[in-house]
Design a protein around this ligand. Structure first.
Ligand code: ASP
Length: 343
């Protein structure tokens, strides 16, 4: 057996993990990535080789957008053969959106891409950044017979590894900032690092790694609320170039049965706008037809987001629109798992 140490590439995009406080205003802003490594001499003790690359201008992840997602997949593609695993440092605010998008943009991944970040900057005495970073690198280095164990886009935060496209940021205060309510965690870091092999994604053998860059963001997201007005819904549906509307409905996919509401959706569908149903609940999913208040949605051709997160539904919609599928194929592909994002 070869004793070759795994080669890991750290990709710094920005986020609290590498931020410093502005002396005058007290606000946090991103700083030079090289300083980040100086803060963690422990990295040298890890049983792997680490190289780093960084966004030219690191960003707070609230400024994240599809162009930056393309930058991330470009970096991974450029270094794909040279490295055994990738750890992407990213702000926690939009990390679930990015992890979801990257999961669709990288097809037939056979190496780990682990997203991580922190609630407190690495220089802070009580920081969660060191544990998150060190364990993410260890997870990305896990191998069996020189082959990476994890072959998907994941998110590591506060002792748990999750499938990236199943996560949601649930807390702006706690160190446990993320959760994955509809899919079990993939690994847990305690005294030992325990991987739940049965939940890992198994890519089809020998399929070629492929990068997708075309995303179409002519989409809208609308959270239903009691009292929503026809003019609000119609304004959203009349957005120029709109190709898809993700509806965050109540409970298991329910919405008002008011005629104006259903008629507006029906008309949008006849104008080739995809209407996608995801639930506002953080756990569970859409089951159109379970109640009368969702049955009509099924009949007019609304697409079921089942147990997908809103973050994943947004990413999948942009990805499938970018592929220019026919309306039928779009619906079929939306409702089946492409990267383990849906039941
Ligand atoms: N605002 C920061 C960001 O998302 C928060 C964090 O890094 O956790 O970039």
């Amino acid at each position: 057996m070869s004793d070759k140490k795994p080669n890991i590439l750290l990709v710094y995009t920005g986020g609290t993990i590498g931020m410093v406080k502005d002396a005058e205003t007290g606000a946090l802003h991103a700083f030079n990535f090289n300083n980040l490594l100086k803060q963690i001499p422990e990295l040298k003790l890890l049983d792997c080789k680490i190289e780093t690359t960084s966004f030219k201008n690191p960003i707070d992840s609230s400024n994240m957008n599809p162009e930056y997602w393309v930058q991330i997949v470009d970096t991974i593609e450029r270094y794909y053969d040279a490295f055994d695993g990738f750890v992407v440092l990213h702000g926690s605010d939009t990390m679930s959106y990015t992890a979801s998008a990257i999961s669709f943009m990288l097809e037939n991944l056979s190496k780990p891409v682990v997203f991580t970040g922190a609630q407190l900057p690495i220089g802070d005495l009580r920081t969660d950044a060191k544990e998150n970073l060190i364990t993410s690198i260890q997870i990305a280095s896990l191998q069996e017979n020189n082959v990476p164990i994890i072959k998907e886009v994941c998110l590591y935060f506060e002792y748990k590894l999750y499938r990236g496209n199943r996560t949601t940021k649930i807390n702006a205060e706690h160190f446990q900032a993320f959760n994955s309510l509809n899919y079990p965690y993939l690994a847990e870091s305690g005294v030992h690092l325990k991987v739940k092999h049965e939940y890992l994604l198994r890519p089809t053998l020998n399929s070629t790694f492929k990068v997708h860059r075309k995303l179409d963001n002519n989409i809208a997201l609308l959270k239903l609320f009691p009292g929503i007005t026809p003019s609000y819904l119609n304004n959203v549906l009349n957005t120029p170039n709109l190709k898809a509307l993700i509806l965050e409905t109540y409970g298991s996919g329910n919405c008002t049965t008011d005629t104006w509401f259903l008629e507006a959706l029906k008309e949008a569908i006849s104008n080739n706008i995809h209407i996608i149903n995801v639930t506002q609940c953080v756990g569970g999913g859409v089951n159109m037809g379970q109640y009368e208040t969702s049955n009509h949605l099924k009949h007019i051709g609304v697409i079921s987001g089942k147990d997908m997160t809103t973050e994943s539904a947004i990413a999948k919609t942009m990805y499938l629109l970018g592929k220019l599928e026919s309306p039928e194929l779009f619906k079929n592909k939306f409702e089946i798992p492409l990267r383990g994002e849906i039941a």
